[in-house]
Design a protein around this ligand. Structure first.
Ligand SMILES: [Zn+2]
Length: 232
């Protein structure tokens, strides 16, 4: 853990920083979440279980290697608070923090072995403007800092937001999801092992659409990593 500077200590006195989970005042060396709350995170340990429910969702998918999520997601609990701060609280730094956290937690398991490139699930241009940042990109940025694996935002692009669940029947929705993402420079991804990063895994439809867009690259391999996951 980085030692706080004198400026950090003075800022802490003037503007106390609070744990986003319990509201307790953070110690100078703590960031975003206090040590007590960190020790009680609802971790999935999916990276230690190759047949975890998230990976099972993609069994049979050509080129699929591994899938994991750091936390179980429940709207009202710890992971829900973290995701709310990241997506709606204007706190992109918490994404970087948990990207670094995941990098450290998963590294020893070999989860990142052989991965050539991190690709965060992109937002549509409108959503990106509205939020001011892409939360998945912030997570991937932290992960890249710790693992040294390069991050690309130059390959995968989102053309629009997800289609509404209610406005379309299931077949129309599936069709619409297929054309949600576009790919640039596919030739540079041939034979690469790409780790797709997102904030929350729910139905898997968004990640499936990303995999669909990338799967045209010859010899490409995929792994998936999200900060939280509804599947248990
Ligand atoms: Zn706390």
């Amino acid at each position: 853990m980085k030692m706080p500077s004198l400026i950090d200590l003075l800022l802490d006195l003037a503007y106390p920083r609070l744990c986003v989970m319990c509201g307790r005042k953070l110690q100078p060396a703590e960031r975003h979440v206090c040590a007590f709350c960190l020790s009680r995170l609802p971790c999935t340990d999916f990276h230690l279980r190759p047949d975890n429910p998230m990976a099972q969702h993609f069994f049979g998918q050509t080129g699929m290697e591994r899938a994991a999520a750091l936390l179980f997601y429940h709207r009202g609990d710890a992971s829900g608070k973290i995701i709310r701060c990241l997506k709606y609280g204007g706190m992109p730094d918490i994404g970087v923090y948990f990207g670094r956290f995941m990098g450290n937690e998963l590294a020893l398991s070999g989860f990142f072995d052989g991965i050539d490139l991190l690709i965060p699930v992109p937002l549509s241009p409108g959503r990106r403007r509205w939020r001011g940042y892409n939360q998945a990109e912030r997570i991937a940025f932290g992960l890249s800092q710790v693992t040294g694996i390069p991050l690309s935002t130059e390959h995968l692009f989102r053309l629009r937001d997800n289609p509404s669940q209610t406005a379309l029947d299931s077949r129309a929705r599936l069709e619409s999801m297929r054309s949600l993402f576009s790919l640039k420079h596919p030739e540079t991804l041939a034979g690469k092992h790409v780790l797709l990063i997102d904030d929350v895994f729910t139905t898997g439809a968004t990640l499936q659409a990303c995999v669909g867009a990338l799967s045209g690259c010859p010899g490409i391999h995929f792994s998936l990593l999200t900060l939280a996951c509804t599947a248990s």
